[in-house]
Design a protein around this ligand. Structure first.
Ligand code: ARG
Length: 394
């Protein structure tokens, strides 16, 4: 039986040389490539397709942006997804890319799956958590072979693989509709101040124009409109990336603890994510009870760790989603924000489910009989009094 492998393909140098390597070193007869469009630049997807047509045996390009937003980004917004302050982007896209590769492998009757991740990062784990749900072989040539850049370029030339000038880029970039990650090269030194050129989605806050006010509409915990106009989910995120990016909103420079324990310096851009997560958190405070907010913060933290680890098939992940979804039924309304030179300020919020009554909180209202509070106030901190009286001086 011929050995058919399906490779997650980006069009870059690493995944391109994986094609001949899978044949020469892993004995594969046929290498099928899959490029998954999760919102990386269109030219990249087109270039990957053109390149693959020359060097792989068959190629698929799949535009999954809608599914990515609906099934991965929206649950993240509802969970206030955040890992150590990192706005998760790469981590939530990998499981979907892996799932699509598996779907093609099943359709093609392949016996193996492959990815181009190295052995240092998180992505190998995220791919394999999904790949290994099948009984197919899993190949990771980049991890097995530990290659140098020079060797790769030489090998590519020998195998007629076009090497673009961009393969000598100083940074490693991973991009999807939700975030852009820049890492590697000199950025690996935590003490190195990154040059402005690493940023593409955001202007430098000091060069941003005067502020802009925006109203975001939410329903069931997810954004549905901008300035009162309902828009499609993919379009909403793309528009918001442009608008908030033009105000310098959504840059992160952080030290991140990778799953394996390595600490890494990471730079990110995520304008829409910053605005939507800030607005969503604010709206939750208006509609959820104190007990719900306190408990949900723990659920959100668990959710975020599973999502960062790429463990979306762990049963706990869907258990947590069930709880979160239930709370989000009331997260509806509008949040008005001001984008100003790199910051997002909340200006106002409204909701039909608000647990807030102006009448109750107001100083002039008579709805709460203040005398009723006397007994409550008397016994507030009661145990501290017991301690002081009977225990402190023993
Ligand atoms: N550190 C991030 C993560 O684990 C981003 C990795 C993205 N890779 C890249 N080549 N920039 O999700």
């Amino acid at each position: 039986m011929s050995k058919k492998v399906v490779l997650a393909y980006s069009g870059g140098l690493d995944t391109s040389i994986c094609i001949p390597i899978l044949k020469e070193e892993y004995g594969c007869d046929e290498v099928i490539t899959v490029a998954v469009d999760v919102g990386q630049p269109k030219e990249e997807v087109i270039q990957a397709e053109e390149k693959a047509r020359k060097i792989s045996d068959r190629h698929y390009t799949l535009d999954v942006r809608e599914e990515f937003v609906r099934d991965y980004i929206f649950p993240l917004i509802k969970a206030n997804g955040d890992y150590e302050g990192y706005v998760m982007g790469t981590s939530i896209a990998r499981p979907l890319i892996a799932k699509k590769v598996v779907e093609i492998a099943n359709k093609e009757g392949a016996t193996a799956l492959a990815h181009g991740c190295t052995g240092k990062g998180n992505d190998q784990l995220r791919f394999e958590a999904v790949f290994r749900l099948t009984d197919m072989d899993v190949f990771a040539p980049m991890r097995d072979m530990n290659l140098t850049r020079e060797w790769e370029i030489e090998y590519a030339k020998q195998h007629n693989i076009p090497v673009s000038v961009t393969s000598s880029k100083p940074w490693s970039i991973d991009e999807n509709i939700w975030s852009r990650s820049i890492e590697g090269g000199k950025l690996e030194e935590p003490g190195y101040i990154p040059p402005e050129e690493i940023y593409q989605w955001t202007v430098s806050p000091e060069n941003a124009p005067d502020g802009q006010i925006l109203e975001i509409g939410f329903k069931d915990g997810v954004p549905v409109s901008l300035d009162g106009k309902e828009i499609d989910s993919v379009e909403l995120i793309e528009q918001l990336n442009r608008i908030a990016g033009s105000h310098g909103v959504g840059r992160t420079d952080m030290i991140e603890d990778r799953v394996l324990g390595l600490k890494a310096r990471e730079n990110y851009e995520h304008p829409a994510a910053t605005v939507l997560l800030t607005a969503h958190r604010d709206l939750e405070k208006l509609v959820l009870t104190r007990a719900e907010l306190k408990f949900k913060a723990m659920v959100d933290a668990e959710w975020s760790e599973l999502a960062y680890f790429g463990l979306v098939d762990e049963p706990l992940y869907s258990d947590l989603n069930a709880f979160i979804d239930r709370t989000q039924e009331r997260v509806a309304g509008t949040v008005t924000v001001k984008l100003y030179k790199g910051s997002v300020m909340i200006l106002a919020r409204t909701s039909p489910y608000a647990l807030y009554s102006e009448e109750l909180v107001s100083f002039d209202s008579a709805t709460i009989d203040q005398k009723d509070s006397e007994g409550f106030a008397k016994y507030h901190g009661f145990q501290a009094r017991l301690y002081r009286k009977f225990v402190e001086n023993i």
